[in-house]
Ligand binder design. Structure first.
Ligand code: ADP
Length: 163
């Protein structure tokens, strides 16, 4: 297999065990994996960009050849700047497909040399989403099965601050 750099973009608000499962799988397949955290101000994330990067760094610290970055430009431009040949996305269920299909198509139109590839998480992570995690934590539910300990602690602190 060729030496390929993959870029895994997302909002990661916050990083979940589903995301980290995808990243671990990718780290075994690609020479280098760039977790690219999108500024995404239109989504008004709960965690600011710096916090999302710090949480991802803390959770993924032990993984070799995995790098965490933030970006606020066009993904295909950022991928090109970083020498990535593959955009990596996670697929949980059929419901993800339509949006991901559209996104991959648009990105291919913008930059035909970049391939989008999809990985599926382990079954127990397939129903996890950052938005549900935020909602459950906001209502006082236990999210420890869905996120790593440092993320759970940060969520609790953030939500206390808001109330
Ligand atoms: P975005 O705003 O780009 O959708 P997310 O952080 O929600 O950012 O997701 C980034 C990528 O990770 C997307 O491809 C999404 O489908 C995937 N993803 C999200 N949650 C999971 C999960 N539990 N298992 C596998 N992939 C996931």
């Amino acid at each position: 297999m060729k030496k390929i750099i993959a870029i895994y973009p997302g909002t990661f608000d916050p990083l979940t065990k589903g995301h980290s499962d995808i990243i671990k799988r990718a780290a075994t397949l690609f020479e280098h994996v760039i977790v690219a955290i999108a500024a995404n101000p239109t989504k008004t994330p709960v965690f600011n960009l710096h916090e999302r990067v710090q949480l991802a760094e803390s959770v993924l610290a032990k993984l070799d050849d995995v790098e965490i970055c933030s970006f606020d430009n066009l993904l295909v431009e950022f991928a090109k700047q970083r020498g990535a040949q593959v955009i990596l996305r996670g697929l949980r269920a059929v419901s993800d497909f339509e949006y991901e299909f559209q996104l991959a198509g648009m990105n291919r139109k913008l930059e035909p040399t970049l391939e989008t590839m999809f990985l599926m998480p382990a079954e127990q992570y397939a129903y996890i989403s950052s938005s549900l995690v935020r909602e459950i934590a906001g209502l006082g539910g236990d999210v420890s099965d869905f996120v790593h300990e440092e993320v759970r602690t940060a969520l609790t602190a953030k939500l206390k601050l808001k109330n």
